[in-house]
Design a protein around this ligand. Structure first.
Ligand code: GLA
Length: 385
């Protein structure tokens, strides 16, 4: 994206300069999957693909929104009509309108405004394109109204837009990564404590690269499986008499499993508790500068998501297995699962070999070719101008 493309489209559409340019990134999760709604630990980072938003105080009584990815459409809504379930909330405008709504829910008066979106975060790839749009919009709407939210507040409001306006029951990870991640770092987010810490993460300095393999299998959090996993975790916590599965320490896992009669619940709990432990071990290795050694933890995370949590799919499994066979040090599905992307830790010199092997394996199965991206940790949501 050229830095000024959203601004340029704003000028063309509304015939004046925007008052500000804002952007927020997509994310991948290094490790810590399906732990964020259990009070657990996650370790995502922001990627160098961003949603950019040019914003201007309205010169009409309406909120008007435009997207570079939907040429020719100008969505015009009276602020009073921006409510969950409103017709204008359906489809892509919902992410922007929901973010406007979430900021207004804090009790702050908001004036009409014009917003132009240009997002380079691919949608449907499990890279949190919606969180990127929401975080950029919360930032834009609040800044133009003269409010200053810290990154965790931006994230909370963006998540509120997704949960209560768009209607997707996601946890807090994606929006928090998009809002609070720092350049060159992974974000350790303790979802129980509500604390974040950026931990330096520089694979290139260790001769490594991060390859993201988009399986092109559409994933949807709204299709019910995600909600069912959440419900299982809540049921297990109920049976165990605890608030959230975070309350089961790794050392207490065998005892907790003994108290769960249902074999499926046992597997769900085993995933969540072991995954929290894997995040903690990954963090310890990163702090010790032993990044090369995290590969096995990534691969173990995938096995747990596949076998205990049942959120993988054949395309994700093939991408992981092929990447490992071609020389990746570790690989796992990233995000909610059922499609979306795999993340692989690869010696920099082998990135082409690994990518080619996965592409060939998909072709052998007659599947759509995967999309390969090498990603580096980038800066979270910010005002660009
Ligand atoms: C999706 C959700 C996140 C998180 C992951 C699984 O990305 O949006 O909140 O639950 O799935 O780790």
């Amino acid at each position: 994206m050229s830095a000024g493309s959203a601004a340029e489209l704003f000028r063309r559409t509304f015939g004046r300069d925007p008052d500000g340019i804002f952007s927020a990134p997509g994310r991948v999760n290094l490790i810590g999957e399906h732990t964020d709604y259990n009070g657990g630990l996650v370790l995502p980072f922001a990627i160098d693909a961003r949603a950019q938003l040019a914003a201007g105080r309205g010169d009409s009584s309406k909120v008007r929104i435009v997207s570079a990815q939907k040429p020719g459409e100008v969505v015009t809504v009276a602020p009073a009509d921006i409510e969950p379930g409103a017709p204008a909330a359906a489809g892509w405008p919902g992410y922007l309108l929901g973010s406007f709504w979430a900021v207004r829910q804090t009790g702050r008066p908001l004036e009409p405004l014009d917003l132009v979106l240009d997002s380079q975060v691919p949608s449907g790839a499990g890279l949190s394109s919606s969180a990127a749009v929401e975080c950029a919009t919360v930032l834009a709407v609040s800044a133009l109204a003269g409010y200053r939210f810290d990154p965790l507040t931006v994230a909370r409001l963006a998540q509120r837009a997704e949960n209560d306006f768009v209607g997707v029951p996601c946890g807090p990870m994606d929006q928090t990564a998009s809002a609070a991640a720092a350049d060159g770092a992974v974000l350790l987010f303790d979802t129980r404590a509500g604390t974040v810490e950026n931990i330096p993460f520089d694979p290139a300095a260790h001769g490594l690269a991060i390859l993201v393999i988009d399986t092109r299998v559409a994933h949807s959090l709204a299709d019910g499986e995600y909600g069912r996993r959440r419900a299982s975790c809540e049921r297990a916590a109920d049976v165990l008499g605890i608030r959230q599965l975070r309350d089961v320490p790794f050392s207490g896992l065998p005892a907790a499993l003994d108290r769960l009669p249902d074999p499926e619940l046992r597997r769900r709990v085993r995933h969540v508790v072991t995954e929290n432990e894997r995040v903690a071990r990954t963090v310890a290795l990163l702090r010790a500068g032993r990044i090369v050694e995290i590969g096995d933890l990534l691969t173990a995370s995938h096995a747990s998501l596949r076998d205990d949590y049942d959120v993988s799919c054949p395309e994700l499994d093939l991408a992981v297995d092929t990447a490992l066979a071609a020389g990746a040090l570790g690989a796992r599905m990233t995000g909610g699962g059922f499609g979306g992307s795999v993340i692989a830790l690869v010696p920099a010199g082998r990135i082409d070999t690994v990518g080619a092997a996965v592409t060939a394996a998909f072709a052998d199965h007659g599947w759509t070719a995967p999309v390969l991206r090498s990603v580096t940790p980038a800066q979270g949501a910010r005002r660009d101008a």
